[in-house]
Design a binder for this molecule. Structure first.
Ligand code: FAD
Length: 567
């Protein structure tokens, strides 16, 4: 069994310098109360407290993240071969590759479509078990999909996609934090709540009332599953209207407090399902300040090194032949290529499936299409605002903004009619003069279509609300970086799965259950209700899809459940 064991993990671990680059940041484990966040001591998970890091070993590659995904976010670590070099090889012309030839004697060949975390995990498990596996990735310049770290010279990494490890107790990837020495921060201190009229007092009960409604809705749909679904915002308004024990202010503000959840579920609460509302994850959340790409690189490097990831290859059709073999058609640089395999794992985002960007011949069963139509896709946006001074409260890691109620809408400053979760990177990332503002669909789409100047003007009234010294001018904006997921074809023009009114995500799970012995497997964040929408959910789904195929190939799973080793 030794040839099936995962290997090569340790050398990957050694390269994951957790320095955040540029000497700007002083990332400190906030769980240790003895450190202050601006003490200029850079700490990694594996370093004892107070021991300065050995400096920045990374030579950072230039990234020009702006209106398009043109930047290379990879760690450019000075060792040979680097991820950059390996990626360049992976993006080389397909005509020089012999994938159409027969697989090695006795080997099963699997094509994994997509090099996000689910695809990387699936391929790693299969590789470890001796399966001849190749990942086809549409992007020509990077891997990781919706895990996307923007690295710019002299700046700490910014997470354009996933930033947190959620549900840290059950999240297997947390074990990689120490192993790879990644900087982190548990940003679950009490947030500071603001309304357009300024900070809310500690006795502001809107959130408590909102939580009461969430409990009620959960009870209702659990005990009476046939109760018709309805928009979350409409439902809570009715609830507070009929609640005899609430004050006028609580009635007015509880529905506004519900809007905080929009920044979790990525869609507006006017259209969110009450029945499938994922309210707050109760467990702790860990913000990966040292670069989530360390994990992507850890899993991808052995696959890249062995030529098992091909970049710039956009899959268009998956064809199951009469003999059960599968042929995948893809384009690279306008040329069509065909790849033969015994099985395929499709890990493209739900948005890509919903847009029918990949066709299946013969078509997938009707249950697949029906399930896709009852499963929505949202758009979480992020905007990083860097200033030359800190003008917002320095003591809390998060600021939550409750927007104007409907009867008090702000016509002059529309920004104040939206909910925001604002990550205070001054606290989270050790003294950065930077805020990361998260937005939900449909505002994300509007903002991602704006110029930087328009975006700043839109947000300026909000900055004035949260500034600590209202008599002072706002400081200068140094840089602004905004996500572009809603324009990104390979992200399915959005960010992650969501449940709108009338949706039934369980239909997709039912389809997956029925599909478990098919040669066309699916994986991705949308394929699991455990960690749905999250990195760890995607990771786990890749593992399941790989195991389903191993079982079909009559290869017994080696039982290694760890994540702390790459293939
Ligand atoms: C803004 C944002 C914030 C987020 N925040 C968090 C967070 O804090 N914590 C968390 O846990 N999760 C978060 N998520 C979700 C998390 O990033 C995803 O759930 C996870 O990364 C999805 O992995 P995946 O493998 O399912 O899909 P992906 O990472 O999208 O991988 C799919 C791959 O398929 C490729 N592809 C697409 N079409 C084709 C094609 N036709 N042919 C070949 N390849 C194709 C894509 O390029 C991509 O590389 C966030 C996501 C976004 C976008």
């Amino acid at each position: 069994m030794s040839d099936l064991m995962e290997s090569g993990g340790d050398d990957e671990g050694s390269e994951s310098n957790s320095s955040s680059g540029g000497g700007v940041s002083s990332n400190v484990n906030r769980s240790d109360k003895s450190q202050s966040y601006n003490d200029n001591v850079e700490r990694t998970a594996s370093q004892p407290m107070g021991v300065p890091s050995s400096g920045n070993k990374r030579s950072l590659s230039m990234s020009s993240y702006g209106s398009s995904y043109s930047n290379h976010h990879r760690n450019n670590i000075e060792m040979s071969p680097s991820i950059d070099e390996l990626c360049d090889t992976a993006a080389s012309s397909l005509s020089s590759l012999s994938l159409n030839g027969p697989p090695g004697p006795g080997a099963n060949r699997v094509i994994v479509i997509g090099a996000g975390i689910s695809g990387l995990r699936a391929a790693s498990v299969l590789k470890r078990h001796g399966v001849d596996v190749v990942i086809l990735e549409a992007r020509h310049d990077r891997i990781g999909g919706r895990m996307f770290t923007s690295r710019q010279p002299g700046k700490p990494p910014r997470e354009i996609g996933a930033a947190w490890m959620h549900e840290t107790v059950q999240n297997k990837l947390v074990s990689l934090i120490s192993k790879l020495g990644i900087n982190y921060y548990y940003d679950d201190g009490a947030p500071l709540y603001y309304t357009p009229w300024g900070p809310a007092s500690s006795q502001f009960k809107a959130k408590k009332v909102c939580e009461e409604w969430v409990d009620y809705a959960e009870w209702l749909y659990t005990t009476n599953p046939d109760t018709p679904d309805r928009p979350a915002q409409e439902f809570i308004r009715e609830y507070v209207r009929d609640h005899e024990l609430l004050s006028k202010e609580e009635r007015r503000w509880a529905p506004q407090a519900l809007r905080e959840v929009e920044l979790w579920i990525s869609i507006n609460s006017d259209i969110a399902s009450s029945k499938h509302l994922s309210y707050y994850v109760q467990e702790r959340n860990l913000y990966v300040t040292g670069g989530y790409d360390t994990i992507v690189n850890y899993y991808s490097k052995p696959l890249l090194r062995d030529g098992q990831i091909l970049l710039g290859v956009e899959v268009q059709d998956v064809n199951t032949e009469d003999d059960g073999k599968v042929t995948v058609s893809a384009i690279q640089n306008g040329q069509t290529f065909r790849f033969d395999a015994d099985a395929v794992i499709v890990t493209v985002p739900l948005g890509v499936l919903k847009e029918r960007m990949i066709s299946f011949t013969p078509p997938m069963p009707q249950t697949f299409d029906e399930a896709l139509d009852r499963y929505s896709y949202g758009a979480l946006g992020k905007i990083f605002f860097e200033f030359d001074d800190v003008f917002w409260p320095k003591e809390r890691d998060q600021i939550v903004f409750y927007p104007s109620p409907d009867d008090m809408l702000n016509k002059e400053h529309p920004v104040l009619n939206n909910a925001f979760v604002i990550n205070n990177l001054y606290v989270v990332a050790g003294g950065l003069k930077e805020l990361c503002i998260q937005t939900a669909d449909p505002l994300t789409r509007e903002l991602e279509a704006m110029t930087d100047e328009e975006i700043y003007s839109f947000f300026e009234p909000l900055f004035k609300v949260i500034r600590t010294e209202p008599y002072k001018d706002l400081p200068n904006l140094v840089s602004l970086e905004i996500t572009q997921w809603t324009k990104d074809k390979y992200a399915g023009f959005g960010t992650y799965s969501a449940a709108k009114v009338g949706d039934e995500p369980d239909l997709f799970m039912d389809f997956l259950d029925q599909n478990h012995d098919s040669r066309i497997q699916f994986a991705g964040e949308h394929c699991s209700m455990l960690g749905n929408g999250c990195v760890h959910g995607a990771f786990g789904s890749g593992e399941i899809a790989a195991k389903n195929l191993l079982s079909q190939f009559h290869i017994s799973y080696d039982g290694d459940n760890s994540v702390a080793s790459s293939p």
